[in-house]
Design a binder for this molecule. Structure first.
Ligand code: DAH
Length: 335
């Protein structure tokens, strides 16, 4: 065989074989002691000096390429064609599963419940404009109401961007881009520039709610929040609305529910009052509707804001809000 003939055949043969044994035969045919290429290499000594140089170089280069191709194909065929003993009684590898943060668990539950009530889940950015976080929510600059939210400003020099202090700015974003009627909840991370303790964190999670339509009332809100709480805690509760002030609602209310732990008898969790504070709510203020170019004479709606960590703490008996983001595996592994 000439070098050209070898080159034409050998590579096709190498890829055609399906077992390592066949491949060994190919190797033997070309590179073995009596192989085609070996014969050429052996015959070099009988050639002229000039031929030795050119043919020798070509033959050696071809040998390297064949060896590389063989190696690759051996790798692919490894173990193929051999009968391997497979012990089906051998115990399997244990799959290690992680744990979800209770915050994730509670958010999924909250979302599922509201989705079943016909709500959509909407999100917004954590970096907000001053306008969305404050002005459009009827909290103008220099108004004392701004003191309710200790704010992380991102650009002290122009005071226009901030880390949102609540999820309420998503109300603005949503209403500016959608027409009523609608029902949404907005879960999300919020930030406050304040000292931390067992009940306060700088970074925490809220779930905002907003329902706008022709004749949405505060009674609707009470029914929705009661149904929600009953689903989340799988027991009957009473809801109590107390007057409260939030600039973006009028009237505004603080929402309490009977303590699911002691059933109103009084315990550590409810500080022996029988009631738990759930969050704030109210009827959307006409100024907010004005800011998003809705006609307050044509639509009305209720809004609410609840703290997700708080619900997880109540539901799972977590004593300190700082545990959620502590990264402590001993905490996470309990869920
Ligand atoms: N955004 C308020 C806060 O973080 C909570 C809140 C109160 C939201 C009343 C509302 C509402 O939508 O109507 O303190």
């Amino acid at each position: 065989m000439t070098l050209q003939e070898i080159e034409q055949l050998v590579f096709a043969e190498i890829i055609r074989v399906t077992t390592a044994k066949e491949l060994e035969e190919v190797q033997h045919t070309y590179l073995g002691r009596k192989g085609h290429l070996t014969a050429i290499l052996r015959g070099l000594s009988t050639l002229s000096l000039e031929e030795k140089r050119t043919i020798g170089e070509q033959a050696n280069a071809l040998r390297v390429r064949i060896e590389t191709a063989l190696k690759e194909q051996f790798g692919k065929l490894e173990g193929k064609g051999e009968e391997k003993f497979f012990d089906i009684t051998f115990p399997g590898k244990k799959v290690v599963t992680g744990h979800l943060n209770p915050l994730t668990l509670i958010l999924r539950e909250i979302e599922d419940i509201f989705i079943s009530f016909g709500f959509s889940v909407v999100e917004g950015p954590e970096v907000e404009t001053e306008f969305n976080n404050f002005d459009a929510l009827n909290i103008p600059a220099n108004h004392p109401a701004r003191e309710m939210w200790d704010t992380f400003w991102l650009k002290p020099e122009n005071q226009k961007l901030l880390l949102r202090t609540h999820t309420s700015p998503v109300q603005i974003r949503y209403m500016m881009t959608h027409e009523p009627p609608f029902r949404i909840i907005v879960p999300g991370t919020t930030y406050r520039y304040e000292a931390t303790d067992a009940r306060h964190e700088m970074q925490f999670t809220q779930v905002e709610g907003l329902v706008v339509g022709k004749d949405v009332t505060l009674a609707n809100f009470k029914a929705v929040i009661e149904a929600f709480f009953i689903r989340l805690f799988a027991q009957k509760v009473e809801i109590r609305l107390r007057p409260g002030y939030f600039p973006f609602v009028e009237p505004g209310v603080e929402v309490d529910a009977t303590c699911p732990r002691c059933k109103k008898k009084g315990c550590e969790l409810c500080k022996f009052s029988g009631w738990l504070e759930l969050g704030g709510a109210g009827m959307v203020h006409p100024n907010v509707f004005d800011a998003v170019k809705y006609n307050p004479k044509e639509v009305q709606g209720f809004a609410f804001g609840i703290g997700a960590e708080r619900f997880a703490m109540i539901k799972y008996g977590i004593p300190d809000i700082r545990l959620f983001r502590s990264g402590d595996l001993r905490f996470i592994r309990q869920f």
